[in-house]
Ligand binder design. Structure first.
Ligand SMILES: *Cc1c(COP(=O)(O)O)cnc(C)c1O
Length: 419
């Protein structure tokens, strides 16, 4: 294995390269191969950016065809045919069937670009500066996004002041006994609380990096009610949980809410190409032309692949398949929880955004290493890195899913017998 170029020249900041010591070269569906030809089942999928698997032919084929012609690749926010077609299919296949009527902002291509735009718009709309954000949240690595993130190490990164954030407890924090929604409602209404009214409340319906903590439908409905009551903009950061990960296109559909602003990125292009959008309740769309910008707002390759991804959601065979795969994954994890009580504390997450809370970080570290030796990529999350993230492609075949879970089962077995 030749890693000289990386060890000699790449910054110390590289993480996944160290935790998966292999040089990868090819991938299809849920499988990724290193250069000597050894396959790995991929339960990391670009941290949720490859929900449709690697090189999904339904998504990649039209994008490749687009690349071969002399078609527009970069267009800032000019009108292009590819962008028009993306908007049409996104409206017809995703928004309309769900009764949603958002305006679409195209910011820069990363998740944090979308969150920054959403926060800026909420601040502009309300004229207020502070934002409410939750314990264990993760919203990205640019200053506004890391200010609203929960993790101490993430927040310290900016090295500058992170004002204007009010930290509040997420659903179930610090324990199920605490009713965080009632607390938020109370402090927003109480002139003695010392908490100023925020521009927005920003939240994830499942905190992926925070340890796969899930918000209940009742809690989300209550947060929406509280936002409306107090005139606060509700922003759902659906960057990792959206675009199909939970089994629905949006992660909040199960709660039947319609947030004021929704941020999407990661799997939105369907292809792994960078792409993000901000969905805005029409009356909040108070941007002036050009007021917010970004060079890479017009990634036309991503428009084409994202359009192909959206079309899949009009195909009932596709949606039924995702639902079936999610149920199958949940059954597998329920079985592992029962089989390995010495290693696993509980199942976490929802749909195909799943995880296993383990009894220690050390267990997770060893399971990760043994799984890798046997051909499975997994990663950890949570403030104590003691949660195994299980994020197979939502399009994974039954055989690949069974095979990946068998490797995970074996790695857990070794820990259960070892200690
Ligand atoms: C990954 C992620 C982000 C940041 O996206 P980038 O593309 O890395 O900037 C923001 N929020 C959530 C929930 C994420 O998972």
């Amino acid at each position: 294995m030749n890693t000289d170029a990386f060890t000699a020249h790449e910054s110390n900041v590289c993480r996944y390269g160290r935790s998966f010591p292999a040089v990868f070269t090819r991938a299809l569906g849920a499988t990724i191969w290193e250069e000597a030809g050894n396959p790995y089942i991929d339960f990391v999928v670009g941290s949720g950016a490859l929900n449709y698997g690697h090189n999904n032919p339904d998504i990649i084929a039209p994008a490749i065809e687009y690349m071969v012609g002399e078609n527009i690749l970069l267009s800032l926010d000019m009108y292009t045919v590819a962008k028009r077609e993306f908007i049409e299919v996104f409206v017809d296949s995703i928004l309309k069937p769900r009764g949603l009527s958002y305006k679409i902002q195209f910011p820069g291509p990363t998740g944090t670009n979308a969150n920054e735009a959403a926060l800026a718009l909420a601040r502009k709309h309300t004229g207020r500066s502070s934002v409410m954000a939750f314990t264990n949240a993760f919203h990205g690595m640019s200053l506004g996004s890391l200010a609203v993130s929960g993790s101490a190490s993430t927040r310290e990164l900016g090295g500058v002041a992170r004002h204007d954030v009010i930290r509040v407890p997420y659903d179930g924090y610090p324990s199920k006994a605490f009713d965080s929604a009632s607390y938020i409602d109370f402090v927003l209404g109480d002139p003695g609380s010392g908490i100023e009214k925020p521009a927005a409340i920003i939240l994830e319906t499942i905190q992926a990096e925070g340890g796969l903590n899930t918000a209940s439908a009742a809690w989300l409905t209550e947060i929406q009610r509280i936002c409306r009551k107090h005139g606060v903009v509700m922003i759902v950061d659906d960057i990792q949980a959206g675009a199909g990960r939970t089994g629905d296109f949006f992660s909040f559909e199960f709660a039947d809410i319609d947030p004021d602003i929704v941020c999407l990125s990661k799997s939105l292009s369907g292809s792994g190409s960078p792409f993000s959008i901000v969905l805005i309740r029409p009356d909040l769309d108070i941007w002036n032309p050009g007021e917010h910008s970004g060079t890479f707002r017009g990634n036309n390759f991503a428009f084409v692949s994202a359009g192909a991804m959206c079309k899949l959601w009009s195909d009932t065979q596709f949606t039924a398949g995702v639902e079936r795969t999610a149920a199958k994954l949940q059954r597998h994890l329920d079985r592992l929880v029962v089989k390995f009580p010495k290693c696993i504390e509980q199942k976490r997450g929802r749909g195909l955004m799943a995880g296993l809370k383990c009894r220690s970080q050390a267990i997770v570290g060893r399971v990760h290493d043994v799984a890798f030796e046997n051909g499975l990529l997994i990663e950890s999350s949570g403030p104590n890195r003691d949660v195994i993230k299980v994020l197979p492609p939502i399009t994974i075949t039954d055989d690949e899913l069974d095979h990946g879970i068998a490797i995970l089962d074996h790695a857990l077995e070794e820990q259960a017998n070892g200690d």
